[in-house]
Design a protein around this ligand. Structure first.
Ligand SMILES: NC(=O)c1ccc[n+]([C@@H]2O[C@H](COP(=O)([O-])OP(=O)(O)OC[C@H]3O[C@@H](n4cnc5c(N)ncnc54)[C@H](OP(=O)(O)O)[C@@H]3O)[C@@H](O)[C@H]2O)c1
Length: 283
């Protein structure tokens, strides 16, 4: 089903050959029937981008939701991710195949390395990721939770374009250096935890700006990111919030509002545990 007449069409970011819808549904922690139902509903409401991972243990249900929605496969951008314990070439090739089996798809649109793994040479892992793409099992490949240094290393090693770095990003976290590095290399930034795990709704500045536009604080925070060409993948388990998190293309923040929101960010505004990075420093 397409968005209703008169509704703005889904906007996209272009990156190294990939066309990524700016809003996707995050599915971490959505399980069983809830997961399948939310994916199905999201697609019916006009979402065209779904984010999962082998670690989320819900790829089967994401696949069910996709099929249940009736939206043609080629209209949906599906991302999954390989967990760092599967980064040896043999394990990575096997993990990618198993994700496809669970999703019941012949290819994903984007396959990411979920976190860096300093225990396994990046050259081996990137080589295997490129093989998955060459085998037609992933239309595009990319990384997640990569620092500036690691992005540059990965780009040197890769024989295929890397189209994105998926990172924690919301108005409370300053990721300007890694965002700038992605832009230099033509990679998209996909913001995870974009509503700070629900925390945006309590921010007075966002709420005040929202009142001026007839929008919620969470919508203002999401708009702030997409207005910079950054894709967002908010998660919700409530149908009414699916619409809220998607309705961010019918208003625009002024330069002054953008600066006010930018002032909320700090370098230590992270809410996600940095367990797999090998380094707490993102520069
Ligand atoms: N690559 C990585 O390492 C990585 C790490 C973390 C996450 N991710 C991906 O990014 C996705 C999103 O991040 P996230 O799940 O950490 O957090 P998030 O999307 O920032 O926040 C989700 C939380 O916010 C609540 N919420 C949703 N919409 C809301 C709204 N409009 N107003 C108020 N509260 C709202 C949800 O509760 P309700 O369910 O009650 O609505 C849920 O508790 C994940 O699901 C996953 O796909 C990737």
């Amino acid at each position: 089903m397409n968005p209703k007449d008169g509704e703005p069409r889904m906007q996209v970011v272009e990156a190294n050959g990939a066309t990524i819808p700016l809003v996707g549904l995050g599915t971490w922690d959505l399980r069983g029937r809830t997961c399948a139902r939310m994916v199905e509903q999201a697609l019916r409401l006009g979402y065209r981008h779904i984010d999962t991972a082998e670690m989320y243990d819900n790829e089967r249900e994401v696949g069910e939701g996709l099929r249940g929605s009736g939206v043609p496969r080629n209209e949906v951008f599906v991302t999954t991710k390989i967990w760092p314990s599967h980064f040896t070439p043999r394990e990575l090739l096997r993990a990618a195949k198993e994700s496809l089996v669970r999703l019941r798809l012949t290819e994903v649109d984007l396959l990411l390395l979920h976190w860096p793994n300093p225990q396994i040479p990046l050259s081996d892992t990137i080589g295997a990721l490129c093989k998955v793409k060459e085998a037609g099992q992933a239309r595009h490949i990319g990384v997640s939770n990569f620092t500036v240094t690691l992005i540059e290393e990965a780009l040197k090693l890769s024989t295929e374009p890397l189209v994105c770095n998926q990172i924690e990003l919301h108005p409370f976290l300053d990721q300007s250096k890694v965002v700038a590095a992605c832009r230099v290399h033509g990679m998209a930034v996909v913001a995870y935890s974009p509503i700070a795990r629900g925390g945006l709704k309590d921010a007075a500045t966002l709420a005040r700006i929202g009142r001026a536009h007839g929008k919620t604080a969470s919508q203002v925070g999401l708009r702030y990111l997409v207005q910079q060409g950054i894709a967002v993948i908010p998660r919700t388990s409530r149908v009414e919030r699916l619409s809220e998190n998607h309705a961010i293309f019918d208003f625009e923040l002024s330069e002054r509002e953008m600066s006010e929101i930018a002032a909320l960010a700090s370098r230590d505004g992270r809410i996600i545990d940095y367990a797999y990075s090998g380094s707490p420093n993102w520069d």
